[in-house]
Design a binder for this molecule. Structure first.
Ligand code: ZN
Length: 133
């Protein structure tokens, strides 16, 4: 990865596996300007997961998940960061639900429902109203 300031080569000076989030965090240092920044390695779930909804399969879409959660968090002053964190939580749970790379749409909705219920009852009620079968 190149430096975010001067685009020179960087070196990894620290690295940590974040097991719960299934990510690798790396601290990088630029060999030219000395800038230090972090990077994250995350699986491209969009390319490996399919979602089954009414028998049709479509690629998993993180943005779609984020927007559906965000829609239910809009009453919160920190709606965007809350929705973003909740999306990560849901994806981490979905890791255990994917069978041969296929997720059932109702299982995703159920996972979101559980996460929202623990986080914000109003958001949970809103989500349920929009995603009830
Ligand atoms: Zn640099």
């Amino acid at each position: 990865m190149v430096c975010v300031h001067c685009r020179s080569d960087t070196q990894v000076i620290n690295s940590r596996l974040q097991k719960k989030a299934n990510q690798v965090w790396r601290r990088r240092k630029c060999g030219t300007c000395g800038a230090i920044f972090s990077s994250r390695e995350v699986a491209q779930y969009e390319l490996v997961w399919l979602v089954r909804s009414n028998k049709a399969l479509q690629p998993f879409n993180r943005d779609k998940l984020l927007l559906s959660i965000y829609a239910s968090c809009q009453h919160r002053p920190s709606a965007l960061s809350d929705a973003s964190a909740l999306t990560e939580t849901v994806i981490n749970k979905l890791l255990f639900n994917a069978t041969a790379g296929v997720l059932e749409a109702p299982a995703i909705a159920q996972t979101v429902q559980v996460a929202l219920n623990r986080f914000d009852k109003a958001a949970s009620v809103h989500y349920q109203a929009f995603h009830r079968k």
